[in-house]
Design a protein around this ligand. Structure first.
Ligand code: AMP
Ligand code: GLY
Length: 421
């Protein structure tokens, strides 16, 4: 029996730890720093690589890294150097997420389908280009920007504004000093996540995120306001195509370029005319994709993580998934993704309904009370025999939980229902 250290403090980490704690091979799951809903919290920031390594060594932990920032700072490289067992990509492998330009060029040279694009660091040239193309553009900051560095534009004047924000006003700091102007692809978006040991990649269950803050996909992008799994948007033949032409091709091309990608590989997919375009890669699990996916996972996640670390994934069968649907509704604080109040007490968490699970993200515990501490606060997740039933179960639990600034979308999963009709 070994212990697990989950690095991070979001709903994704809570869900990963929840699942890993169910493994007969795992003794204790620690979270660093964790949140108000996780147990065995260790007061070390997810950026303090040295202290995390020390803790993992002293407590005989296999470490699972949730967020992109420590990954792109090389937490895995450091742990490996110290002989510690860790699941996640190295700094070089995490470039798939930490540099959008690197990722776009990687896709281009390896024939992975993605939107046409150009790279700029000069605003005059970028603006000239934006005015010269006759299709709508998406303007992207190269570096990590907590999901905010992408501006989807309707016309060239919006694109010019976005270019100015990044290259002239430098609103995105160093992350926005080089930008991508890429063709907007109008289609249906879904998330496709796999885990890999660097040679073999097994897909997780499919899911669909709801990125905009308001119902009917209105308003600004967020980190994700809700998800469901599986999604009918990715049928079996599309899943096979993505598995082969995106996931396996990426892992093999990385290897060919001398980079071993171990960890979760997340492809943000836009399906247009039946073809899967890669909008972006993340070198980690999605949040809130992770929550419903973990509630559907039948296999022992820990066994798969161990096999990825050892490079023996192909010796295991493909992961198995419960047939039921799962839905995660994010409860946020009003004002997110801009500014929002904090430190409000959350009530009703003990009012448990069947088939549901509450994963915490922006919460903290103080004097036995649970207080809000972030924009996305809880991921209320439920399963049901059908998507309809899972939606009903999730919203039943949502109704039991309250705090003054509670905000949520009321239409999570509806896109999946509409797709079938
Ligand atoms: P990214 O962080 O690159 O996934 O971008 C964030 C969001 O912007 C995506 O989830 C999409 O909703 C949208 N987006 C990004 N690239 C494109 C594109 N080429 N066409 C249309 N929408 C896009
Ligand atoms: N939910 C989208 C992401 O994790 O990036």
């Amino acid at each position: 029996m070994v212990n697990v250290l989950v690095v991070g403090s979001g709903g994704r980490e809570h869900a990963l730890g929840w699942k890993l704690a169910q493994s007969p091979k795992v003794d204790k799951v620690y979270f660093a720093p964790g949140n108000g809903g996780t147990q065995n919290n260790v007061n070390i920031s997810s950026d303090d690589i040295e202290s995390l390594a020390e803790f993992a060594k002293e407590n005989d932990c296999v470490t699972v890294v949730g967020p992109e920032v420590p990954l792109s700072n090389g937490i895995v490289d450091e742990f490996v150097k110290k002989g510690l067992r860790v699941f996640g990509p190295t700094r070089d492998a995490a470039q798939l997420e930490s540099s959008k330009i690197w990722a776009k060029n990687f896709m281009k040279r390896n024939g992975i389908l993605t939107a046409r694009f150009e790279v700029f660091d000069d605003s005059t040239k970028a603006i000239e280009y934006a005015k010269s193309v006759d299709y709508p553009l998406v303007v992207k900051a190269d570096g990590l920007a907590a999901g905010k560095g992408v501006i989807v534009c309707d016309n060239s004047s919006e694109a010019v504004d976005a270019i100015n924000k990044m290259l002239v006003q430098k609103n995105f700091g160093a992350a926005g000093l080089r930008i991508i102007l890429e063709e907007r692809i109008d289609g249906v978006e879904a998330s496709f996540i796999a885990l890999s040991d660097g040679n073999t990649a097994y897909s997780m269950a499919t899911s669909q995120d709801h990125k905009r803050i308001y119902d009917d996909d209105k308003g600004p992008n967020t980190g994700g306001m809700g998800t469901y799994s599986p999604t009918p948007v990715i049928d079996d033949s599309t899943a096979n195509e993505i598995q082969k032409n995106v996931i396996e091709k990426t892992i093999a091309s990385m290897k060919k370029e001398g980079i071993v990608f171990k960890g979760f590989l997340y492809a943000g997919i836009m399906l247009k005319d039946g073809k899967p375009y890669v909008l972006e890669f993340n070198a980690r699990m999605g949040d809130p994709e992770c929550q419903p996916i973990m509630m559907r996972m039948d296999s022992d996640l820990f066994e798969y993580i161990q096999a990825c670390i050892d490079g023996t994934l192909s010796s295991l069968p493909r992961m198995s998934w419960k047939k039921h649907s799962a839905v995660c509704v994010i409860l946020a604080s009003k004002g997110y993704p801009e500014s929002y109040p904090r430190d409000e007490q959350i009530l009703g968490l003990d009012d448990v309904t069947p088939n549901s699970q509450v994963f915490h993200s922006g919460t903290r515990k103080e004097d036995g009370k649970i207080l809000t501490s972030g924009g996305r606060v809880l991921g209320v997740t439920a399963v049901g025999e059908t998507l309809e039933a899972a939606i009903a179960n999730a919203y039943l639990r949502v109704g039991k939980i309250n705090w003054p600034s509670k905000y949520y979308r009321t239409d999570i999963g509806k896109k999946g229902l509409a797709w079938r009709k």
